[in-house]
Design a protein around this ligand. Structure first.
Ligand code: WAQ
Ligand code: MG
Ligand code: MG
Ligand code: MG
Length: 243
């Protein structure tokens, strides 16, 4: 008999009457009944002592998911590119994304968004040709959820394992042309570009140490069925497994 599975999501924010809500951290996991408690602890720990600030609001949501809806997908291959400067790293990222069919204009929009946005909770969806933003989520963006590794993620650290799982789910959609990401955490300057053909290409440094801007951009094709794409990202449970 198949055991019940749970989606466990966390979001943490700092709230001030003057500045409103600042995004601190988020997390999304999937586990069996006996894993719920350790996962909740891990997500609480992730939300606390965060480099973006002291969370004074932490929300954890636990939801049962149907076992027969889970999709199993392989992780993208990981490679790493180290550059001598942010300019060189960004130009390498642009070169790769251009080769995948992302237009110059869409790249300008994406780099501007990630360089100027300090409070993005999810991803921005851009048409890879026109650079037009397709989701209407503002600062909330689209948060990929119901995603985890089936077993251990190998010898990856927590951050890389999470990012690789997210990127693998995103790349698996036929509407995804490519992704660009770097963290909004001030102490983490490595980002990546990814898609199903090139895999997960880590690039460092994509931003200045101490900088709190970052986020994710999903470049999509003209054929995108937006509602079904967003539903896949947010709601379809996916477990990553090495085959
Ligand atoms: N779905 C969509 N967007 C997300 C999600 C998600 N589940 N989680 C984070 N984001 C967006 C959101 O705008 C965040 O502000 C931004 O990405 C950065 O999130 O190989 O740590 O968790 O060395 O700070 C990538 C490189 C690290 C890892 C990315 O992102 C490596 C990272 P963070
Ligand atoms: Mg985080
Ligand atoms: Mg994260
Ligand atoms: Mg972050």
């Amino acid at each position: 008999m198949l055991k019940a599975c749970y989606s466990i999501r966390m979001r943490a924010a700092e709230r001030s009457p003057e500045l409103g809500e600042k995004h601190i951290s988020g997390g999304e996991r999937i586990g069996s009944k006996s894993q719920v408690e350790p996962i909740v602890k891990q997500l609480l720990k992730k939300a606390s002592n965060h480099s973006r600030g002291d969370a004074d609001f932490i929300q954890i949501t636990v939801e049962k998911i149907a076992h027969d809806q889970i999709q199993y997908i392989s992780p993208l291959e990981v490679t790493t590119v180290e550059e001598a400067s942010i300019e060189k790293a960004r130009s390498e990222a642009r070169k790769i994304l251009t080769s995948l069919g992302v237009s110059e204009h869409a790249l300008d929009v994406a780099f501007h968004q990630l360089s100027s946005n300090q409070n993005l909770r999810g991803a921005i969806i851009l048409n890879s040709k026109t650079g037009l933003r397709l989701d209407e989520r503002g600062q909330k963006g689209v948060r990929v959820s119901r995603i985890d590794w089936q077993d251990a993620d190998g010898d990856l650290n927590e951050r890389v394992g999470e990012a690789l799982a997210l990127a693998s789910k995103v790349a698996n959609s036929p509407f995804t042309i490519a992704e660009l990401c770097w963290s909004d955490d001030p102490d983490y300057v490595t980002g990546y570009v990814s898609n199903r053909g090139i895999g997960y290409v880590r690039i460092t440094p994509l931003k200045r140490d101490g900088c709190e801007s970052g986020g994710r951009v999903y470049f999509v094709s003209d054929e995108v069925e937006l509602e079904s794409f967003i539903n896949y990202l947010e709601s379809v449970p996916v477990l990553i497994r090495r085959d």
